[in-house]
Design a protein around this ligand. Structure first.
Ligand code: ADP
Length: 485
């Protein structure tokens, strides 16, 4: 099969969260199964072309796309996904993609990804490809299935056999804009009227467009695939998703063990394995030094690496924090996000400097060092489509404490005294979270039992090979749906 994979962030080029990790490795894993994969993403100004060996494609320069009553232009540059023979095409439109951040609140945020979606299709046409599947990821690529149904349906030579898969990495981000944008997107305006395929509670949603028009839909864990069909987790899209229930699948993400393995990770100070854990304790010492905390082997360190947003459970953590810092434990926190949480942790770290080490911002190296140098990782999410940090925690022998939701529920098994890989709580409340933390603290004091939990986690295998095969099945299923539907 020839698969086109489109995403708005991809490791190692640009990243804000888990989507980038997935998009950096899934195309490689699918290609390793013998398929042709071509990848697309925007060329943001933080991507240094020279360093990554990215160069312009001569015959794909200054291509016009109409944006309502304006003409905009894009060019294409090409590079390789590291470690694989997979081409990645960068959509170069400085006017749209040279900003301070990958995502913005600028008034033309919608236009940026209209341009990206159209540029993917325009490039496919100019390359003379006839893709079997276009794999779209999140709202930034949600318009692609709608374009194939409307604006590009005439091109049967190119897209006559092209099926689409829409992957939801987080249903909380829906690409909602004013309905006026439908005109700029050049999609049928009547579909913006109530009940139309592009209309969503009076606005225009690019994610909804993808969910309506894609041949098949999936999300990144089995549990989340069921959850998003309910009012509690569906963010208003539960009706549409349950109407399409037979087309909605869940595939748990894998992780890239060439990047995330404590035996080889170049970003950590000391390497270690389940048999040889000494390096882990040395990493802990080094991390605490870096964060200005004192090392004590009997005091457990809880790590947090996260976007600082309510989804990740920070409202209950804020409620519990004062109580938690009274316990025998330390925190190392790395994150960036909402001002109120950044401010809370800044004040907390100033007030309890011996208990809390804090780094506000995005720091890939420190994220690896926290995975390696802490004893526990706290992920109390309100909802969690899959979650990757708990999977990194498992591999690094850093025991996850998680809420039983979405992918956290699918990947972490509560420790029952013998089996299990972490500590899991159900109710989304500060007391329920604290009970799980206190259970972990109790087991931590028994070194043998704690090492059993660590090794249980380190023995788990979330490699992409298994998940890639499931995606290939979904691609085939998308093609069957296209033919019959
Ligand atoms: P989400 O995609 O919802 O943010 P995931 O757990 O799926 O959550 O993925 C988060 C990814 O982003 C992980 O690779 C994590 O290490 C990384 N990450 C999150 N915040 C930071 C940060 N401040 N600095 C470095 N890496 C971060």
């Amino acid at each position: 099969m020839h698969i086109i994979f489109a995403a708005s962030e991809i490791v190692p080029f640009a990243k804000t969260g888990g989507l980038a990790d997935v998009a950096g490795v899934l195309p490689k894993a699918v290609a390793a199964e013998g398929h042709q994969v071509d990848v697309f993403m925007p060329l943001y100004n933080m991507i240094h072309c020279y360093d990554h060996g990215i160069y312009p494609v001569e015959w794909l320069q200054d291509i016009p796309v109409s944006m309502g009553d304006r003409q905009v232009y894009f060019s294409v540059q090409v590079g390789k996904i590291p470690g694989a023979n997979v081409n990645i095409y960068f959509i170069d439109a400085p006017y749209y993609f040279h900003r301070n951040a990958i995502y913005t609140n600028d008034p033309d945020e919608g236009e940026r990804f209209i341009l990206f979606s159209r540029a993917v299709l325009e490039t496919i046409q100019r390359q003379g490809w006839q893709p079997d599947v276009i794999h779209c990821n999140d709202w930034q690529t949600g318009l692609i299935p709608a374009y194939l149904a409307h604006n590009y349906a005439w091109d049967r030579n190119c897209f006559g056999n092209t099926a689409t898969l829409m992957t939801i990495h987080n249903i909380g981000y829906q690409g909602r804009f004013d309905k006026g944008l439908i005109y700029h997107a050049e999609l049928p305006q009547h579909e913006g009227h109530p009940g139309g395929t592009l209309e969503f509670y009076g606005s225009f949603s690019m994610l909804k467009a993808g969910l309506v028009y894609a041949d098949i839909i999936n999300t990144v864990s089995e549990r989340y695939a069921v959850e998003i069909q309910t009012a509690e987790y569906g963010h208003g899209l539960e009706g549409l998703l349950s109407a399409r229930a037979q087309d909605v699948y869940g595939v748990v993400n894998g992780i890239d063990y060439t990047i995330w393995d404590p035996a080889t990770d170049p970003l950590i100070h000391y390497h270690y394995t389940p048999q040889q854990l000494a390096g882990k304790y040395r990493n802990k010492k080094a991390l605490l030094k870096r964060m200005g905390l004192t090392y004590d082997e009997n005091i457990p360190v809880i790590g947090i690496v996260s976007r600082l947003v309510t989804q990740k459970g920070f409202d209950i953590l804020v409620e519990a924090m004062f109580n938690l810092v009274q316990q025998d434990l330390q925190f190392v926190i790395l994150g960036s996000g909402e001002y109120r949480y950044e401010e809370f942790f800044r004040v907390a770290a100033q007030t309890f400097p011996h208990k809390i080490g804090l780094w506000l911002g995005f720091n890939e190296e420190l994220a690896h060092q926290i995975a390696a140098g802490t004893d526990m990782l706290l992920i109390p999410s309100r909802y969690e489509p899959c979650g990757l940090t708990q999977l990194y925690g498992l591999k690094y022998g850093t025991v996850p404490i998680v809420r039983r939701t979405g992918g956290l529920a699918d990947t972490i098994k509560d420790f029952d005294g013998k089996t299990g890989t972490g500590f899991v709580f159900d109710a989304y409340t500060a007391p329920a979270m604290m009970r799980a933390i206190f259970r972990a603290l109790k087991y931590y004091q028994d070194k043998d039992t704690w090492q059993t939990i660590m090794r249980n986690g380190m023995a788990q295998d979330f490699s992409w090979e298994v998940a890639a095969k499931k995606y290939i099945y979904l691609y085939e299923q998308a093609q069957r749906n296209r033919k019959t539907g």
